[in-house]
Ligand binder design. Structure first.
Ligand code: 5GP
Ligand code: MN
Length: 333
């Protein structure tokens, strides 16, 4: 059972002290990055350069197309471009439960490297030299804002855009319960600093490619309901990707459609993935879906989580339906 621990908040001077001791800093986030990961990574790049640091941003895979509008996104270099003798003295690691979630760049984070671990997930491990973990925060973008603001940082327009994108996407457009009064104050400050809400929202959500729209149609046509229309599942096959020309990252957000139905309490999207099945799960209110994901070795938030089931889609779906049915009955609290 995953309880929600309180925040681990190091005093600001610990973070300052760590950054004062740094010269060459790597900023990394998790594989399969989302808007929070990419936006906050870029913002940290600008902030640390402002502090006079030599900054390197690394990624395991290409940023999803919808985030390529972000200024400076090409500064996040693929791991393969780093030489084997590459070394830093410090790393900022954003929203990774373990160091492995960074991907192959984890090999740079050994030995003497001091690590600032920043996360807002409650299953985060304390692998850093300094750990700042606060599950009450909507996003690491919000946490980055608080930190930079402590320094009296004058947020340049592009950093305002990066952090706005991070918070916008991780709050599901300011809908999730993690959206606090403070979140909205911060968003207000970011708009004041030059973030354009309409432009950013359109860039992320309303400029879909034709292949993405075609994929959406195919995925929606798989819709199925169980347990008296309280469980709704969608499926995505490799064939759909081949036939529409979309790629897997174009399916981001599709799981939300499963929750658009008024009777649904648990929604899921199953994605065929080389003999295994990636699962995105969502739940309403009191159903702890992170616990369900954890049964398959995954994790996430109380109402939004994910996991990989080590079987083909059809088998995974069959198994998952039973698990979700019993979760509905027993995991309400
Ligand atoms: P999504 O369904 O959008 O991919 O993920 C929802 C949430 O669950 C995100 O916060 C994400 O970080 C988390 N999550 C997704 N897949 C995994 C996983 O395999 N392991 C863990 N620990 N968290 C995951
Ligand atoms: Mn996040």
């Amino acid at each position: 059972m995953t309880d929600r621990p309180s925040a681990i908040a190091p005093p600001i001077h610990e973070i300052r002290h760590l950054l004062e001791r740094s010269r060459r800093v790597l900023v990394a986030s998790h594989i399969d990055p989302d808007g929070d990961a990419i936006g906050t990574q870029l913002a940290f790049g600008a902030f640390l350069r402002h502090l006079g640091k030599e900054v390197y941003l690394v990624r395991e895979a290409e940023a999803p197309a919808k985030y390529r509008f972000l200024t400076g996104v090409d500064q996040i270099r693929p791991f393969d471009e780093f030489t084997t003798d590459f070394a830093v003295d410090t790393a900022v690691v954003l929203e990774c439960p373990t160091i492995d979630r960074v991907g192959r760049a984890a090999c740079f984070l050994t030995g003497e490297v001091q690590i600032l671990n920043i996360d807002h997930h409650y299953d985060s491990g304390s692998f850093g030299t300094v750990n700042w973990i606060d599950p009450t925060k909507s996003s690491v973008g919000e946490m980055a804002f608080e930190l930079f603001d402590e320094y009296g940082y004058a947020f340049p327009g592009e950093v305002a855009e990066h952090l706005y994108t991070a918070i916008l996407t991780d709050t599901g457009r300011f809908r999730f319960p993690s959206t606090s009064p403070r979140t909205m104050e911060i968003v207000g400050r970011l708009i004041g600093a030059g973030a354009n809400p309409k432009k950013i929202t359109d860039d992320v959500y309303f400029r879909l490619s034709a292949p993405t729209m075609k994929l959406m149609g195919r995925v929606l046509s798989t819709i199925e309901f169980h347990d008296g229309d309280t469980i709704c599942l969608l499926s995505l096959t490799k064939q759909m990707l081949d036939e529409t020309g979309a790629d897997l990252s174009d399916s981001d957000g599709l799981v939300d459609f499963a929750m658009f139905c008024d009777t649904v309490e648990i929604g899921g999207l199953l994605k065929e993935n080389n003999g295994r099945t990636r699962v995105s799960l969502r739940s309403r209110d009191s159903i702890n879906i992170a616990d369900v994901a954890a049964e398959y070795g995954g994790g996430g938030h109380f109402n939004a989580a994910g996991c990989t089931i080590p079987s083909e889609l059809a088998d995974a779906r069959k198994h998952l339906i039973e698990v979700l049915k019993s979760a509905r009955r027993s995991k309400r609290k």
